[in-house]
Design a protein around this ligand. Structure first.
Ligand code: SF4
Length: 93
């Protein structure tokens, strides 16, 4: 096998191996912590004026309307800014 063909095959196999890692990484970024959601009775809708984006535990997403995280729901990146759970505590202003 010629050196250039061998190098091309090496590069191609490396690229092919990287594709599933990209999908895996994106899937890992959009994760839900279902066990904690259930125990905290999380829902995607507010409870009156109490919502995740005015809670002390809120971790904002990229923009104010994007889903974000919560300090007490580890690994969950799909918390709605207009969501709510029983652990809601008013954010300090
Ligand atoms: S504690 Fe509950 S209400 Fe507060 S940000 Fe987390 S999920 Fe939302």
């Amino acid at each position: 096998m010629q050196a250039s063909r061998r190098n091309w095959l090496k590069a191609a196999s490396g690229a092919a191996a990287a594709v599933p890692m990209v999908f895996f990484t994106q899937a890992a970024l959009a994760a839900k912590n279902e066990a904690m959601r259930t125990s905290l009775k999380y829902k995607d809708t507010p409870e009156g004026n109490n919502r995740c984006d005015n809670c002390m535990q809120w971790v904002p997403g990229k923009t104010p309307k994007d889903r974000g995280g919560c300090k007490i729901l580890p690994g969950d990146t799909e918390i709605s800014p207009s969501g709510w759970c029983v652990a809601w505590v008013a954010a300090k202003k």
